[in-house]
Design a protein around this ligand. Structure first.
Ligand code: ATP
Ligand code: MG
Length: 475
């Protein structure tokens, strides 16, 4: 096996190899960089492993080749990270790890090349290429990683059950790599994930969520979620999602399986956005359907209020999954809360005022909401899909027309509470809010135009109704 390095890669590896020879260690480029290179992919992250001190090699490389690069040394881990303008290079000494069952922290000792490669997670990540001058380019494949790459298989180098029990995060990594690379998980490896799924309990939430986000960031995340589900991992890390599964029937009437529907919505939205948070909104848009499900003999299955309950659940879920509790949370909540609105506008009620309200509530996120709404159209019934899409297009074009006319994007009502207070000389009070809300409502309803003049005139009228008189100002 021979790898075609680019000129800059080859030059860099040769420089590092020369430094390795200078300090008297054997060095290899390993892991993801070699894998991605063979898959014709590009990677800016490079892992260098040497038989000796990774930190010493890193310090030599910095001093000799990159005096201005940034070097961070992690003494406790025996690793060092060198950031050059083109690459992030991690240096580590070859190691051997032994695990105890009650901890995910291994006992780490110096190891041989074979020790180091066999403690790696998958055969495709256990490839190495020597970079010292006397053996530059020599390819090391102790576990048939190249054949697994060719056959698109995720497999552990050692006995899979031990590999996963030692570090259960590897189970999520298996799903992540299989999803991202469009690979299959070897049946024996998959069986071991199923068997060891419960061990995920010893992994921190942050690391679990990090892997989950990486699965969500792939082109077709539904594949990953199906593996997580089949292996039992999903039930352990995200039980609310598994609850969406299944269709219940009463009097021969069923509802759609919301688990597969949600996965379809997720895959759909991935064709139109890379935004992780909009993808999360797709995952969570129907999350409260199980909690709000009712059967009404007159109309069948209903999920009334699932968007309201769902928005509340998003908050709890973000806390538990240790997702950010900032504007990203509020964005996902808003999307879940509004996801029914565009499509619930039927031909008869697409009034300017309904459109204005939607534009006002969605604000700067109206395009994202429309993407979510479009992705949500997944019926098996062709006619229904066509009807929904037609309606959806109509809502979209009406939105455009109203937006052009009224400029409601990022709109703030033209009369502020401060203006009301200073006009009538009153302190903050309930009546200020009442007047402000009424002005906003009348603009959204189209009863008055969206101009400061009309809004101020209305403010004076409303003030009078509440027995308020404008204070005279001295100019
Ligand atoms: P990417 O960076 O694209 O996600 P990668 O394969 O480079 O993929 P890293 O997490 O950067 O993944 O790890 C680098 C290498 O370290 C891997 O290729 C693998 O050989 C090894 N490795 C990382 N995490 C583990 C783990 N939990 N168990 C065993 N080996 C691991
Ligand atoms: Mg990497």
């Amino acid at each position: 096996m021979k790898i075609e390095w680019s000129i800059s890669e080859k030059e860099l590896l040769q420089q590092i190899g020369n430094c390795a020879a200078q300090v008297g260690v054997q060095a290899y480029v390993v892991g993801g960089f070699v894998r991605d290179k063979l898959l014709q992919g590009k990677s800016k992250d490079m892992d260098i492993m040497c038989l000796g001190s990774g930190i010493q090699l890193a310090e030599t490389v910095k001093a000799t080749c990159f005096p201005h690069a940034f070097l961070t040394v992690y003494k406790n881990f025996g690793t060092a990270l060198l950031k050059t303008s083109d690459f992030e290079i991690e240096f580590v000494g070859a190691r051997k790890e032994s695990y105890r069952t009650d901890s995910r922290k291994p006992i780490v000792e110096e190891g041989t090349l074979k020790d180091d490669l066999s403690r790696r997670d998958f055969t495709i990540n256990a490839l190495a290429v020597a970079i010292n001058p006397n053996q530059f380019g020599e390819f090391i494949d102790l576990f048939n990683g190249v054949s697994d790459l060719e056959n698109k298989i995720i497999r552990t180098p050692l006995e899979p059950s031990t590999t996963f029990s030692d570090d259960p995060l590897r189970m999520l990594r298996a799903v992540r790599f299989a999803t991202r690379l469009h690979f299959k998980i070897d049946p024996e490896t998959f069986e071991a994930i199923r068997k060891n799924a419960h061990r995920i309990a010893i992994i921190s939430q942050e690391r679990i969520t990090d892997e989950l986000n990486k699965i969500i960031a792939t082109v077709q995340p539904s594949k990953g979620f199906k593996w997580l589900d089949e292996s039992g991992l999903l039930q352990l890390i995200f039980p609310e999602f598994v609850k969406l599964k299944g269709a219940e029937y009463i009097d021969g009437r069923g509802h759609k399986d919301n688990f597969y529907h949600t996965l379809q919505v997720l895959d759909n939205i991935c064709t139109s956005t890379n935004d992780l948070w909009l993808r999360w909104a797709a995952i969570l848009h129907d999350i409260a359907k199980p909690a709000t499900k009712r059967y009404d003999p007159a109309i069948g299955w209903t999920f009334h209020g699932h968007e309201v309950v769902g928005a509340r659940m998003v908050n709890q879920l973000f806390k538990r999954l240790k997702l950010p509790l900032d504007e990203k949370l509020r964005f996902v909540q808003k999307m879940v809360f509004l996801h029914l609105r565009p499509i619930s506008l039927t031909k008869d009620n697409i009034t300017d005022s309904a459109i204005r309200r939607l534009l006002f509530e969605a604000g700067e996120h109206v395009e994202d909401l429309m993407l979510l709404c479009e992705a949500d159209i997944t019926s098996k019934n062709r006619q229904k899909v066509i009807r929904y899409l037609e309606n959806f297009e109509l809502v979209k074009s009406r939105m455009k027309a109203v937006e052009e006319k009224d400029h409601l994007r990022n709109w703030q009502p033209p009369v502020s509470g401060e203006l009301i207070m200073s006009t009538f000389g009153i302190p903050p009070s309930k009546v200020v809010g009442l007047i402000k809300d009424e002005i906003r409502e009348q603009i959204l309803d189209g009863k008055i135009g969206n101009t400061p003049e009309e809004a101020i005139a209305l403010m004076h009228q409303l003030g009078q109704l509440h027995g308020l008189n404008p204070v005279l100002k001295n100019h």
